[in-house]
Ligand binder design. Structure first.
Ligand SMILES: [Zn+2]
Length: 160
């Protein structure tokens, strides 16, 4: 062993989680590490000998969990407020901006849906309907899987 181990390694040795022979040999040869080992060992023995009468309240973990869990964020209300703010600012800036937003924003969304439907129609003419249905079923399954993953990631508790 070229260098002295850190506190955690010596602690692991004391706890019996580490039994590297090179580390043991280093402890025999290095005065500083041996001293550190003895000090940590005596602290562990002292801590083990402490008797503590204090107990945590019965609902401590439940109260801690309640404090750590963030309050639900009103996403829908904030989205609605942002949409209303955007619409109001567009109207205040000038009707031409509002018309531009309607023509570009809404029209592009509608055209996406129409394109998807027309593509589905074109695909259904090229292949049999069972392929289209199985493809849609695969897409729905994939979406359900993604929603399930998002539920796990975001920790939703809506019970679905
Ligand atoms: Zn050392």
């Amino acid at each position: 062993m070229d260098h002295c181990p850190d506190y955690l390694t010596i602690q692991a040795l004391i706890d019996g989680e580490e039994n590297d022979q090179a580390l043991l040999k280093h402890l025999q040869d290095c005065f500083a590490c041996r001293l550190q080992y003895r000090q940590l060992s005596s602290m562990v023995k002292l801590a083990d000998g402490l008797k503590c009468e204090a107990k945590l309240p019965a609902n401590f973990y439940h109260a801690m969990e309640r404090k750590l869990t963030p309050a639900p964020f009103p996403t829908a209300l904030v989205s609605l407020a942002v949409l209303l703010l955007v619409l109001a600012s567009l109207l205040l800036l000038g009707p031409t901006y509002f018309e531009w937003w309607l023509s570009v924003g809404i029209t592009s969304q509608v055209s996406l849906v129409l394109d998807a439907l027309l593509d589905l129609f074109a695909i259904s003419r090229l292949v049999s309907s069972s392929w289209v249905i199985s493809g849609l079923a695969a897409l729905v399954t994939m979406e359900l899987f993604i929603l399930k993953m998002l539920k796990n990631v975001e920790g939703w508790q809506n019970g679905w």
